[in-house]
Ligand binder design. Structure first.
Ligand code: MRU
Length: 363
C-alpha cells in the first residue's frame, strides 16, 4: 500500500494576490477556463449562475466576495474609516446571501466573515490590517475545508472495503469544495492507499453535475468510474453492483433530514429497498442546528430552460409547464450515517447531532 498524497484534480478557487481566479464549472468538461473576479458582484453572479457550485465551494467564494467587496489591503475607498469598512462588510455579506438559498455553507461563511470583521472593528485594529485579516479569514476558510475533507474521506473509507461498488449522485467532489470533496474524498484516499473502489456516477439531470463533473474529476484521477443515467440506479442496484451509496449535502436539519441535489431522495429510497447503506458526507458547517426539520429548508427552484433546453438543445415543447426544484429532502430514516470530520454519526440524529454540538461547544 502506498500513501502518496498527490491530488490530481482541478482547483475550483485560487486566490491570486488581488483577485479570485474561479474555475467556470459550467464549461466543464470541455473547457478549463478561470474567471478573474475582483468584486462582490462578480462573485454573486458566479454563484447564482453556478459557475461555482457545491455547498463548501459556494461558501468559500462568498467569503472572498466579502473581502473583495469591502476593500482589499492597499485599496482605498471614498470613506475609509473602520466604521464605514464594517458597514461595507455587512452590506456585501447581505447581498451575497441572496445568491442561492439552500446551501447553508453560504450563510455559515458569511456569518464567519461578519463576526471576524466586527471583532477587528471592536479592537480598533488599523484599517489596512483589518482588511488583511479579513482576507486571511477567507483564505483560512478555504484551507480548513481542504483539511476537513481529508478527515471526512478517512472516516468514510473506514466504511468501505476493497473492491466495493459505490454509487454517488451529483458532484460532491474536489470541484465542489477546496479539494478532495466530501462524498468523493474516500475515492481519492482509496487511490492513494492502493485500494480499489468501483464508482457509479448518476448523471444528475438537469444540470448534469454527475456526468460533467464527477465522471470528469474521477476519471482524471484514475478512479474506476462508470457513468449511468439517473433512471438506471435501481437497475444497477438490482444487479448487485452497488454495496453503498455516498452523497454530499447542502444542508442537514437538526433531526437528520438531508437536503441535496434533486434525485437524491429517490436514490435513498432505492437504496433502502435493496438493503444498501446510504451515507451522507459533509463538514459540520453543513449541519444547521437552527433548522429543526427538512420541511424548513428553503429549496431553490431554477429556470424551466434547464429542463426544456439544457445546454442549448430544445428537448421539450414550447410553453410546456415545468417544475424544476434544484434540491430535494431525504428524510432522516433513509440515512444510514452522516460522515463528518469528527467521525461517523448514527441515528437517532436528533440526539446524536445535539450531543455532538454540545460537546463541541464545551471544547
Ligand atoms: O446545485 P449544486 O451543483 O450546487 O448542488 C450541489 C450538491 O447538491 C452537492 O451534493 C452538495 O452541495 C455537496 S458538495 C460537497
Amino acid at each position: 500500500m502506498t500513501t502518496a498524497s498527490t491530488y490530481p484534480g482541478l482547483i475550483s478557487l485560487i486566490w491570486a494576490g488581488s483577485q479570485l481566479q474561479l474555475l467556470d464549472q459550467r464549461l466543464l468538461p470541455e473547457e478549463t477556463v478561470y474567471l478573474p473576479l475582483t468584486d462582490a458582484e462578480g462573485v454573486w453572479e458566479a454563484i447564482r449562475h453556478m459557475k461555482v457550485r457545491g455547498a463548501p465551494a459556494i461558501g468559500i467564494a462568498a467569503a472572498y466576495g466579502v473581502a473583495l467587496g469591502s476593500g482589499l489591503p492597499g485599496q482605498e475607498a471614498p470613506d475609509d474609516s473602520l466604521g464605514a469598512w464594517l458597514g461595507r462588510v455587512q452590506e456585501k455579506a447581505a447581498y451575497l446571501a441572496t445568491s442561492r438559498p439552500t446551501a447553508v455553507n453560504l450563510f455559515w461563511a458569511l456569518d464567519r466573515m461578519k463576526a471576524r470583521a466586527a471583532a477587528l472593528a471592536e479592537a480598533l485594529v488599523p484599517l489596512d490590517e483589518a482588511k488583511q485579516a479579513l482576507l486571511d479569514e477567507a483564505i483560512l476558510i478555504q484551507s480548513e475545508d481542504e483539511a476537513t475533507n481529508r478527515r471526512i474521506g478517512e472516516h468514510a473509507l473506514e466504511l468501505m472495503k476493497d473492491g466495493m461498488g459505490v454509487l454517488t449522485h451529483c458532484n460532491a467532489g474536489g470541484l465542489a469544495t477546496a479539494k478532495y470533496g466530501t462524498a468523493l474524498a474516500p475515492f481519492y484516499l482509496a487511490k492513494e492507499k492502493g485500494m480499489s473502489l468501483r464508482v457509479f456516477a448518476d448523471e444528475t439531470r438537469p444540470v448534469l453535475q454527475g456526468a460533467r463533473l464527477t465522471a470528469f474529476e474521477l476519471q482524471q484521477a484514475g478512479v474506476d468510474v462508470t457513468l449511468i443515467c439517473d433512471n438506471m440506479a435501481g437497475m444497477v442496484m438490482g444487479k448487485g453492483w452497488i454495496d453503498a451509496v455516498i452523497v454530499g449535502t447542502d444542508r442537514v436539519a437538526a433531526n437528520g433530514d438531508v437536503a441535496n441535489k434533486i434525485g437524491t431522495y429517490s436514490v435513498a429510497v432505492l437504496a433502502k429497498a435493496h438493503g444498501i447503506p446510504f451515507y451522507v458526507a459533509c463538514p459540520l458547517s453543513t449541519i444547521d442546528m437552527g433548522t429543526p426539520t427538512g420541511a424548513e429548508i428553503p429549496i431553490e427552484e431554477r429556470h424551466a430552460e434547464e429542463v426544456t433546453e439544457g445546454f442549448g438543445k430544445r428537448t421539450a415543447p414550447q410553453g410546456v409547464k415545468v417544475f424544476n426544484p434544484a434540491f430535494d429532502v431525504t428524510p432522516a430514516e433513509y440515512v444510514t450515517a452522516i460522515i463528518t470530520e469528527k467521525g461517523v454519526i448514527r441515528p437517532p440524529y436528533g440526539d446524536s447531532l445535539k450531543k455532538l454540538f454540545e460537546e463541541l461547544k464545551q471544547g
